[in-house]
Design a protein around this ligand. Structure first.
Ligand code: GLC
Ligand code: CA
Length: 570
């Protein structure tokens, strides 16, 4: 139960926030005739700050390192970088355990370094999106330190506290997704607290309006300092059933040896949407964008995250896309078709700091670089926004640990060998062929894979056929071609199980994308009259085939794993 003074406090804070919004209100002007917003034309890239560029040679990347690469990002065609958390943190979960939401961890720099990076970014047309850990704080956050000290302190109900069922018996059977019970006993309170992730990441009590007000306030702190949006971490698990009902058990054990269960009472509760709306209200006056880490199980769940009145997330990530396999025209056509048909603005992601790199997921050992270009040729030409993962543009591969003693990610230590952790997709960016790929002159926090000698920025810049130049050309095209910016999506030749093809149509123009997703040569033919285009040939825009400047639509020859992108007229 909230006291009257708690309610008053929340009300006053809400009013203050509303007032500061009113003064900071910026009109959100569309950037094109279709009414699209700035973020719909922007290309995003996730940067894992520990691994991007180390400016002081302590083996860990930092904000000055990122600032030093803004020209590269501009050259590549990236408009916005989402930086994984760089707030003060004990680094148990490498920054996803935040101990202060309104500062920078000394290992990454200072607030002044942030301001410098933001300024250099602006000069290069690169905006900063920060990563907001909404579900939990670090156990070293002053709120939690206070909260765990007694049952009566001012922060007593900022987290989820509950008595055990009996001696050494947690309140219910809920499991941490990072292994073991989701409950941790604290002697000073004589109670358990709930943690969906590591025990060092206690879940905030979002039913407490003071928590909401403080968290919304922290986003505003950063908007005022220049961030253009947030990626919202782990939003699915913000709320728990207030009765703490046991989850139903399922057959089998998970990778940590725990009995499987359905997360019926601690995942995707409807109240999550109230918080999405609250965060959006805080973002709107700054014309800021909200990207969501939304692990949905189907398209309708994904659609819900935009909000019934488009008042929640502008960019909930389609993470189902990262789970598609194998590489096949039918698999991708079916999924993309369903997401596109939802009518929302799709957000395509292939990899991130939690997911094995796409390069390694799809590699066949023979056509690895060609396959990387096919994937880029697809997700950078679909309707919607794309979020690249750092290093994807040079074909960085996973560098997984082979021995338990080398693992840095705690879930890898706990779940070895079934769960090897996420170190493999978090290794240092490969800038050149000097030691440690030019990332640091010190000892890098994670080892650089041997592939850095061929797959690095300097070498690939010099090679017109590199993955890097393919990305660069694709992104340049995506920024200027009206059909790629604004066109609709129409799947073509839908019964072809080897070649995935589609049209992006805008007024009198269309872009034809043809992707051979098979290891055999294929020929694709198109009659586009049903789609309103009588053209018999295309003007080649970008290809990894041998096509010339124009290409007859009656038979496009596609060697294994190739891309053809051409323009067709009415
Ligand atoms: C998100 C992050 C992941 C982190 C977890 C807990 O899933 O992407 O890296 O471990 O949240 O904060
Ligand atoms: Ca450093």
């Amino acid at each position: 139960m909230q006291t009257v003074s708690q309610r008053m406090f929340a009300l006053v804070l809400t009013l203050c926030l509303a007032a500061s919004h009113a003064t900071a209100q910026k009109p959100s002007k569309p950037v094109d005739a279709e009414g699209h917003q700035w973020w719909q034309h922007a290309v995003f890239q996730e940067i894992y700050p520990r691994s991007y560029m180390d400016s002081n040679n302590d083996g860990i990347g930092d904000l000055n390192g990122i600032a030093s690469k803004m020209e590269y990002l501009k050259w590549l065609g990236v408009d916005v970088i989402w930086i994984a958390p760089c707030f003060p943190s004990p680094q148990v979960d490498f920054g996803y355990d935040v101990s202060d939401y309104e500062n920078i961890d000394p290992m990454y720099g200072t607030l002044a370094d942030f301001d410098h990076m933001e300024k250099i970014g602006k000069q290069n047309g690169v905006g900063i999106v920060f990563d907001f850990v909404v579900n939990h704080t670090s156990d070293k956050h002053k709120w939690f330190v206070e909260s765990s000290s007694s049952k009566t302190n001012p922060y007593a109900d900022w987290y989820i506290w509950k008595d055990g069922k009996g001696a050494n018996q947690p309140p219910n059977n809920w499991l941490s997704t990072f292994g073991g019970s989701a409950w941790q006993f604290v002697g000073t309170r004589g109670q358990y607290y709930y943690h969906f992730f590591y025990p060092q990441q206690p879940d905030l009590n979002w039913r407490n309006p003071k928590v909401a007000a403080a968290m919304y306030g922290s986003t505003v702190f950063w908007y005022k300092r220049g961030v253009v949006g947030f990626r919202l971490d782990a939003v699915d698990t913000l709320f728990e059933d207030p009765n703490l009902t046991d989850n139903p058990t399922l057959p089998g054990k998970n990778e940590f040896g725990d009995q499987n269960q359905e997360r019926k009472y601690n995942d995707k509760l409807p109240e999550v949407h109230d918080v999405m709306k609250g965060l959006r209200n805080a973002a709107n006056p700054y014309n800021a964008v909200l990207i969501g880490e939304t692990w949905t199980s189907d398209v309708s769940e994904l659609k819900d995250y935009y909000g019934k009145n488009h008042d929640e997330l502008q960019m909930p990530m389609d993470l189902m896309f990262t789970e598609l396999k194998p590489l096949s025209a039918n698999v991708f056509r079916k999924h993309v078709g369903a997401v596109d048909a939802s009518g929302e603005w799709p957000v395509w992601v292939m990899s991130n700091h939690d997911i094995k790199r796409a390069y390694s997921r799809f590699a066949d050992g023979k056509h690895d670089d060609d396959i990387a270009k096919v994937m880029a040729g697809m997700y950078l030409t679909l309707r919607g926004s794309a979020i690249l993962y750092y290093g994807e543009e040079i074909g960085m591969a996973n560098n997984d640990p082979t021995r338990k003693e080398d693992v840095r990610d705690p879930i890898g230590q706990l779940g070895w060998p079934e769960q090897i952790g996420r170190d493999g997709e978090r290794t240092p960016m490969q800038w050149n062929d000097t030691p440690n790929a030019g990332f640091t002159k010190g000892i890098p926090w994670l080892p650089v894979p041997a592939t850095y000698q061929t797959h690095n920025v300097a070498a690939e810049k010099a090679d017109p056929n590199s993955i890097l130049n393919f990305y660069k050309n694709l992104l340049a095209m995506r920024h200027t071609n009206p059909a790629l910016l604004d066109g609709d999506y129409v799947a073509l030749n839908e019964s072809d199980s080897n070649v995935y093809s589609y049209l992006r149509r805008y007024k009198n123009q269309a872009v034809l994308v043809v992707l051979n997703m098979s290891e055999a040569p294929q020929t694709a033919s198109f009659d586009l009259s049903a789609q309103g285009f009588s053209a018999k040939q295309a003007k080649t825009l970008l290809t990894t085939t041998k096509a010339g400047a124009t290409q007859a639509l009656s038979g496009i020859s596609l060697p294994p794993y190739t891309v053809y992108i051409g323009e067709v007229a009415k």
